[in-house]
Design a protein. Sequence first.
Lengths: 592, 597
Amino acid sequence: METIKLTIDNRAVEVPRGTTINKAARLLGIEIPVLCYMELKDMNIENKPAGCRICVVEVDGRRNLAPSCATNCEEGMVVRTHTTRVLNARRTVMEFILSDHPKDCLICAKSGTCELQSMAHKLGIREIPGQEIAAMSTYRLDTSPSIIRDLDKCIMCRRCEMMCNEIQTVGALSAVNRGFMSAVAPAFEQNLEHSTCTYCGQCVAVCPTGALTEVDHTPDVLRALADPSKTVIVQTAPAVRAALGEEFGMEPGTLVTGKMVSALRSLGFDYVFDTDFAADLTIMEEGTELLDRLNRHLSGDKTARLPILTSCCPGWVNFFEYYFPDLKDVPSTAKSPQQMFGAIANTYFADKIGVNRKDLVVVSIMPCLAKKYECQRGEFSTDNNPDVDFSISTRELAAFIKQANIDLNNLEDDDFDSPLGESTGAGVIFGTTGGVIEAAVRTAYELQTGKKLERLDFNELRGLEGVREATIDFDGLPIRIGIAHGLGNARKLLDDVRSGKSQFHAIEVMACPGGCIGGGGQPLHHGNSEIIKARVAAIYAEDKKKPLRKSHENPFIIKLYEEFLGSPNSEKAHHLLHTHYFERKKKIVVKH
Amino acid sequence: MSQYRMQIMVCSGTGCSNLNSEAIFDNLQLEIEAFALENEIQVVRTGCFGLCGLGPVVRVMPGEVIYTRVTPDDAAEIVTEHVLKGRKVERLLHKDPVSRKILSTEPELSPFKKQLRIVLRNCGIIDPENIEEAIAANGYEALAKALTELTPDDAIKIIKDSGLRGRGGGGFPTGLKWEIARNNQAEEKYVVCNADEGDPGAFMDRSVLEGDPHAVLEAMAICGYCIGAGKGLIYIRAEYPLAVARLKTAISQAREYGLLGNNIMGTGFNFDIEIKYGAGAFVCGEETALIHSMEGLRGEPTVKPPFPAESGFRGKPTNVNNVETFACISPVILKGADWFRSIGTEKSKGTKVFALAGKINNVGLVEVPMGTTLREVIFEIGGGIRDGKKFKAAQTGGPSGGCLTEKHLDTPIDFDNLVAAGSMMGSGGLIVMDEDDCMVSVAKFFLEFTVEESCGKCSPCRIGNKRLHELLEHITKGKGTPADLDRLRNMSKVIKDTSLCGLGQSSPNPVLSTLDNFIEEYVSHVTVKKCPAGQCRDLMEYFIIEANCVGCTACARVCPVNAITGVRKEPHVINPEICIKCGACKEKCKFDAIIIH
């Protein structure tokens, strides 16, 4: 590889051609501060508009300062990162940014995790000259079912726009207006609710400030917990246990399943259950549907469409309802685990404990913001009583635990309640990209072939490649599987399905890069993809530890079918555990 | 083509058209027909003559007689007097504002003195809507020469040797730019003409496109031949409807004549041109922003490298030149590099077109050799300062340029001298200011424009310029402090030093150059709170001189806010707390009793 020699702050360094000054400096241990720049290494995600101008450096022979994030090293370059000129420029630019930013850090949802706040601290900003005569660019607050946009706090880093357009190809957000009033917003500055937003929450996951945050449902949960007439039960998604610890200072990838259960019990939930149980149930329904379509297809039934697409991700469901409504009979009709759980809790479980569904409050802890929207969808409620009442994110749960003076680090491990808390390893891996389809394979193989599956780790289905494909041998029958995470990658596979080119039997899609472990409701990664990788590893470790690793072996699932549902895809199962999709059109609402 | 004994040329540039030159043309035509002279006398619509402050303008050839401020009703007299009787219509001739001498012919008119027209060679002479006139004026001859006698490398060498530098503002050597684009191998390449002229008061490019569109089309084709591109794109602002219409006509005529399209002149060279419209954002004059706008994206600049020559329109190598640069190409190819090198200064060859505006007698468009001094442009060509006032400063380079002062009057104008003087060539706007202009307000005025036109991508330009403007506003209101001047300077330097594109890198120039050259005016605003030029309303105080006031009460009656009180026949007083400084009292007073502090 061709290399380049240069000096940074009088120290020589040799880097491959194409390396930016910022990365070269990092090799020397020089951390030139960056604000708008963000990279999720190995995940093909990079935001490099060179817009904030905080990372500027002095390059000998160059008239003006260079943005180190976007300037490539050149042979013989002499770079200085902390001259008076550089430091003064960096401070003045920071003062500019802060002069147009609200000063309500004390009560901001991002306080403590705000990158702008840390940068102001790092640069030692103590006053903002001219603030008394400085106008602020202000915008109206926009609240959607999942996401709140407070553009007064937008610093035009464009990360959200990059995620929404380049990674997710949703196109809900782009820069609007110009100059001082420019901001990132839906077209015509409509509300997010009227855009094609899928609520995947990836904009929130990367926002450095409090401009994009989730709708906080913890006050609703607190109210329900305080109401003695309510039985409040909680379900926790698989990805939550692999990330919650980060909010309490633990190493990324620390599993806190048992401590999380203890904390939830301390918070006052009457029953602490696991969404993993519903994930096992999803496999039963979705797996059976896959085999049914596959076998009909193989026997020449033209009405049986393949591939089948997974449907457990609500951001993904929103995406195809907007962009691929013509394919809405292709995805599985199985509800997401969150909603399957809600349906079973309000029927089977409510009957078991003799509580009317009106007095049963179902709370979900999710790594996801789209789940907030999903549980509010009309088809997921009975007589205006939703199957899942409130969905709160991993971040909200962490804040809730802290407010309740619970020290997660020092809690004893505890176990989920029965019966909706029992799960297999297959349910756990739902939290990461490739996990749903791996879980489905473990069950579908045995159901299809009638043979015992010896190998349980399908490494060919794992990894962080955006689009992956593998062929699994079902005892002589090759099953072709596609996997996409990130909606832009999903779009590639969907385009092939639409044009008839797709050769897959089944495709797994998760809206967020990395799957649920990288969800919009998770602790903020601040551009560190190692955190995401550590969470993935934690998920697979949990799977490995489980005595049972195939959904159809979950004794409580077997019991549920025996006692209540009959068999997978039975009429009752269809009524409770399956759904249908809608073609959605953008509503253009002229702003006032 | 038949021969005419006389031609009457009516300017149909945007300025004169807006003053109804179309009706003058129609009436002249009717009069000529009434006398059945249509076979002898030709009435022609041409592009801009450059005498925009004197429009509508009509030129009669032979004799080069220039009639100014012509109305449609004057058509009859021009025909009956000048055409039939051979007598000039005296009242329509231009009087020199200084000497009051009548200047009737083109060579006598001061705006034409010292001019050398290369870019504007055909403007005001040919009918821009008739390709045959362009061809008769050597149009497409350079293209023919390039295609039949020169290799692309030969042609690029001529351009390089000529020393031609980009006229859009940056002054990058044109030949070198072409060479880089040529050397970048790709199946598809593009030639882009930047006609997104956006400086307030500048209209050089528009005039070229309106007056001689073929000059640009031909040069683009030559460029396409040189760099290996088959497609040209003209990015023009949609607010230039006349230029757009003439370009469209010119493109379709050129296609019809086989000068654009496939197999041009039978040489096997294919080149065609498409028009792309801009929505009028100033920043889209920056080449990367321009390309993004053409791609249907937000008109925002991106970091260079990659330069357009490597990755431009749709990721393909793209050569972007400004209209005026293209207009220089054909003469250079035809007359050679040495001829072009003989004009101008050491590092700036050829001519430059300036749009003269502001407090100058001859407002309009002039083309002078590089190296002409500011004094020659303003006092000899421009006819000096209006109303005999004193020259104070000239802003070159548009809103992002700087102010030049008395001490710069004898500096030869070229790319490098202007930068050394704290300004820049820019696209060629030249706004002249006199003793009545407050330089703090001038800086504020230009900042207002850049604040409005910043795309918002980078923080120093988006927020910094706004803060600069606010501080200037603060100072002109008399609320500034001496420490604010240091802040102004620091903010300006940082914005220049850290902004992403040329807009932000130059937007503080008006502030810095006025701080450098007129610091005493700033100091006066922030210390004694006075505006030396008497422009800043908040710093004025209306005052009644007791001795002169007879107590007529006229001022008190006209005051809209009842700020003036007093007893009849006794001196009145103005309450400065209430006074809104509208000036009505001063205007009403017959005894010169009211003065402004």
